[in-house]
Design a protein around this ligand. Structure first.
Ligand code: SF4
Length: 360
């Protein structure tokens, strides 16, 4: 069995460790590129969600490298996530791309099913398998900790790109790390390298919160590296969605003591209940960012994403009540770099004027 999985930002590193930890041979799909997207777009229905198309491209590229089994997360809720895996299975079958699919539905709804699938995949004694999963979790926490430092540094570094270069090296090192001591050493060394990067003399920076559908928030191919673009425009990016928090919320049912989303506390009265995907969190996090003094919020979503459309519909009320400008960006395969850059520059310019007016 040669297993592969869909990409979502740096998730590959965590999944590779977990799956190798339970004794499987893993084929990491090539990093997402325009080719990945084009392959997915060619075979998916036009109206399908953008993440479905990109992931389909991942599966086709992994097939070229010999993968024969897909491990992926399913989903529940009022949007299309619930039949995502089934649609992909049918498309792959139609184009004679043979794959076995192991789909993990959310454990709070289908716990015994999840357990059966873990037993099916596991090739190692249990204590070794659990060790691999714990190592994967430690890597997720390390990636997130370093990424937050890079987000802080991007608008401050003298020469753009230095922090990202350190982060890229750290990701490669973390992927190969075989135990907790190595992870800690890599984090320490990367932090020291980040701290040594020359910074600009203190300038007035903007702080922008990113909210939205998780795939568009975490996958740089589909958001066209929005965080780097904002950093280069002098804006520090903050967000609530990180791999470790997503894993904690979805797989561990929020049991680990991490700062997570609490949309039930922050989103009402603007949105009082779960609407699928991360729509509720988008509203709740926007309120949180307004309370934390962010200058603006950018909501990211795949075109036609129902939960984010619902969240978008209440954003004007949040903006008005909390006094925080919000810009919504829908992304699809047609989204172009120049158009996105123009919108970001205009938004940043508007926020800067707004801030200067308040300060003045
Ligand atoms: S959350 Fe949005 S993008 Fe994801 S499956 Fe649901 S509708 Fe599609």
């Amino acid at each position: 069995m040669k297993v592969t999985f869909p990409h979502m930002g740096h998730l590959w590193l965590v999944l590779q460790t977990a799956l190798e930890g339970i004794g499987l041979e893993v084929v990491v799909p090539p990093p997402c590129t325009r080719r990945t997207l084009e392959l997915g777009v060619r075979h998916a229905p036009e109206s399908a969600c953008l993440p479905l198309k990109v992931n389909l491209g991942n599966f086709l590229e992994a097939k070229e490298l010999g993968a024969d089994t897909i491990v992926m997360a399913g989903g529940v809720g009022p949007c299309r996530i619930g039949y995502y895996a089934q649609v992909q299975r049918e498309i792959l079958r139609d184009i004679d791309c043979e794959y076995e699919m192991v789909v993990f539905e959310p454990p709070d709804v289908h716990f015994s099913e999840v357990w059966d699938k873990v037993k099916y995949l596991n090739r190692r004694p249990w204590q070794e398998g659990v060790g691999g999963v714990i190592l994967a979790w430690q890597k997720a926490c390390a990636v997130d900790a370093l990424e937050q430092e890079v987000q802080r540094l991007r608008p401050r570094e003298e020469r753009p790109g230095q922090a990202d270069a350190v982060f890229r090296r750290a990701l490669q090192g973390l992927a190969a790390a075989g135990n907790r001591r190595e992870i800690n050493r890599l984090v320490k060394e990367s932090r020291a390298e980040l701290a040594a990067i020359p910074r600009q003399p203190e300038v007035s920076l903007l702080k922008i919160g990113i909210v939205g559908e998780i795939y568009t928030v975490l996958e740089p191919l589909v958001n066209l590296n929005i965080e780097r673009r904002l950093g280069a425009l002098g804006a520090e990016v903050v967000r609530g969605l990180f791999l470790s928090r997503w894993i904690n919320d979805n797989l561990f049912r929020g049991l680990l003591p991490l700062p997570g989303h609490h949309p039930e506390k922050t989103a009402p009265p603007f949105l009082n209940h779960f609407v699928g995907g991360h729509g509720w969190e988008s509203v709740g996090d926007t309120v949180t960012f307004a309370r934390q003094g962010c200058d603006g919020v950018i909501q990211l979503a795949p075109l036609t994403c129902m939960p984010e459309i619902v969240a978008h519909s209440v954003m004007p009320a949040v903006q008005q009540a909390k006094g925080i400008p919000v810009m919504t960006i829908y992304l699809d395969e047609q989204t172009g770099e120049a158009g996105l850059q123009t919108r970001l520059e205009a938004f940043v310019d508007m926020l800067r004027r707004h801030k200067n007016k308040i300060v003045g």
